[in-house]
Write a new protein. Structure first.
Length: 162
């Protein structure tokens, strides 16, 4: 189904507002009186070169670091989602942790803290591709950090039996 430019701008606004595909599909039907399948809406968003916003997952690591009573000499409390190998990255090196329960759609997932202190979640999908989702929008780790990340990830995965 083809939409005119005004309708395409409406869809772009809805995507910018953070709506899910199903919500956009319902809006197209109710406001634009155009019936589209979920897959048609997905293709439309891709054709318009729009990027859907992922919902923000809860960030338990931030609440651990936000505790002012915690001193540098006190070890951080154990996080049930990650293995004990997680560190707070005091040396400026890249640190990697592996989640005990992988995030949905991933074979294995975890968290990484880069040498500049920026944090990201990583995952390995069923095809073996690595994905990174940085907490700071638009963040790109340095090439050296990426190399350290890959080496640390390989080491942590070997420890976990992957």
């Amino acid at each position: 189904m083809n939409l005119n430019e005004t309708q395409k701008k409406k869809v772009a606004e809805w995507v910018a507002q953070g709506m899910k595909l199903s919500e956009i599909q319902n809006r197209i039907a109710s406001e634009l009186q155009v019936r589209m399948t979920y897959m048609d809406v997905r293709f439309l968003v891709d054709d318009l070169k729009l990027t859907l916003k992922d919902p923000e997952p809860p960030k338990p690591a931030e609440t651990l670091n936000a505790n002012p009573a915690q001193t540098a000499n006190t070890p951080p409390p154990a996080n049930p989602q990650t293995q004990p190998s997680e560190t707070l990255n005091p040396t400026g090196a890249v640190s990697v942790s592996v989640d005990q329960l992988a995030r949905p759609g991933a074979m294995v997932s975890g968290k990484v803290t880069f040498s500049d202190g920026n944090k990201a979640e990583w995952y390995l999908d069923q095809t073996g591709r690595i994905g990174l989702s940085a907490q700071q929008a638009g963040y790109r780790p340095s090439a050296a950090d990426l190399q350290q990340f890959q080496a640390a990830l390989e080491s942590e995965l070997m420890k976990a039996g992957f």
